[in-house]
Design a binder for this molecule. Sequence first.
Ligand code: GDP
Length: 296
Amino acid sequence: MVLQDLGRRINAAVNDLTRSATLDEKAFDGMIKEICNALVEADVNIKLVAGLRNSIKKTVNFKELAPGVNKKRIIQKAVFDELVKLVDPHNTPYQPKKGKSNVIMFVGLQGAGKTTTCTKLARWYQARGFKTALVCADTFRAGAFDQLKQNATKAKIPYYGSLTQTDPVIVAREGVDKFKKEKFEIIIVDTSGRHRQEQDLFDEMVQIQKAVSPHQTIMVLDSSIGQAAEAQSRAFKETADYGAIIITKTDGAAAGGGAISAVAATHTPIVFIGTGEHLLDLEKFNPESFVSKLLG
Ligand code: GDP
């Protein structure tokens, strides 16, 4: 992600200020301006950026800073905290429990990375001792089941799907029922990709949700879609009311600020980020460590 560039720019702005001989209010304002420009250029929503600017100003309260206090530390902490706030909606995601069947349903646009991420997440839980299985409820895209089958086989994860049944609701229900009976602890349901305007696909998503009653619905969001991420995540939220987000392709060339803005727009936590095409390219997301890493 060019997020690293964003991090570098923010860091440079803070360091320039704290190293400069004249740490006055004008220089402080200049630093905030540079941070805000960097965020806007990375596709972070402009209202969020304005909020961040006001919060940093208010927290640091430059005029009232007592002489002798460590201005540098106060400013650095304010910037760090505000960036964390940007990616932390203070909403705790669902925590799967051992010894029961936790059903997780994936939603998202076609090409966002759902099928790839399903297997990555299944492997993640499997590696942590959960009995894990995959259900392919994407009967819309030709080859979707084959793709899931291949991934699942590679990762040695049991899967369910059908080459003949065209109703995804039936496939989803059958798969989930089967794995529940067999006492699987994590059952991940992949659904077909859809576009905003395709009402019938949205209806299908709701029907699958009703049929399998997921404990958690996860929206998969491509980090490269920029500003469009916000409208998209809102549309999905209204229909599928997902409780968590996974941002994919963070290894790509996009700045990813749009995807970050989606978190704030929908008050939904990011749970993982995809960092590549391979099975192990999945990282658990934590707001503080994300920002620490961003700032290097
Ligand atoms: P779906 O239509 O939502 O199921 O999307 P797919 O899982 O088929 O993924 C679409 C493409 O994105 C595939 O070529 C994946 O290999 C690729 N992809 C998914 N996640 C990532 C990621 O985190 N990084 C990179 N570089 N590619 C990814």
